[in-house]
Design a protein around this ligand. Structure first.
Ligand SMILES: [Mg+2]
Length: 230
């Protein structure tokens, strides 16, 4: 078994509860633009938005669309399903969403307790594919900034998970090595396959107990399970 000195975390959907925070934000955005009076059902809109968001994030990760395009197209595509073809509205909704989202503070259960426990034993860092300024705000507003020595974003690394470059950039920046590091994330494609590509031990955070065939170093359904091996 490897002796770890550095624990790297993904942020969205691993510590910061992206889904619950995003649903809350969308509800506010829909209210702001009075979409219910245009016949839009909030929970259906939210469901369709998150579908489009994950499709376009997939394309963004592969470099097939740009960041600005991703930010707008997830709204235009959702609005279209409600027969609202309004590019201006999509742009304004996107701006409101991006302003409000990082102010949300919902974390997964026991996040503070586990981070405080791990901080006493290891150097903790974040490796995130999110937009730099947005991710920094999420950490600050949810009160977890102080647990981490380094926050590495895809923007500053010039590379996104699962590409090897962002992990190598992170090792350099934090003075860590593949042998004394472990990565914790929720995405098989971005986090687990990325960690594997550099030979780093990894933990799949799988709170919804999604079935998969991926071989992983460890798998947990709740953050507190990290205590059993870290
Ligand atoms: Mg994630």
């Amino acid at each position: 078994m490897r002796q770890y000195a550095h624990v790297f975390f993904d942020l969205d959907e691993t510590l910061w509860d992206f889904k619950r925070n995003s649903v809350e934000t969308l509800e506010e955005v829909l209210k702001l633009y009075k979409l219910e009076s245009k016949g839009v059902n909030t929970s259906l809109f939210s469901e369709r938005y998150h579908y489009h968001n994950s499709v376009y994030w997939g394309l963004f990760r592969k470099g097939m669309i740009a960041r600005e395009e991703l930010r707008i197209i997830r709204f235009t595509s959702t609005l279209k399903e409600f027969e609202l073809t309004d590019n201006e509205l999509a742009i304004r909704m996107s701006e409101s969403y991006l302003t409000l989202l990082p102010t949300k503070t919902k974390l997964y259960d026991d996040a503070h307790e586990i981070l405080s426990y791990l901080q006493a034993k290891y150097s903790l860092h974040i490796i995130t594919n999110g937009f730099e300024e947005v991710q920094i705000m999420k950490l600050r507003n949810s009160g977890i900034t102080a647990y981490f020595k380094y926050v590495i974003s895809s923007e500053m690394a010039g590379s996104q998970k699962p590409n090897r470059e962002i992990f190598k950039y992170a090792f350099n920046k934090t003075n860590a090595s593949v042998l004394d590091s472990i990565f914790i994330g929720d995405s098989i494609e971005a986090d687990i396959q990325g960690a594997k590509s550099v030979g780093m031990d990894h933990v799949l955070f799988n709170p919804d107990r999604i079935q998969h065939l991926e071989q992983v170093t460890y798998e947990i359904n709740a953050l507190k399970e990290l205590k059993t091996f870290l």
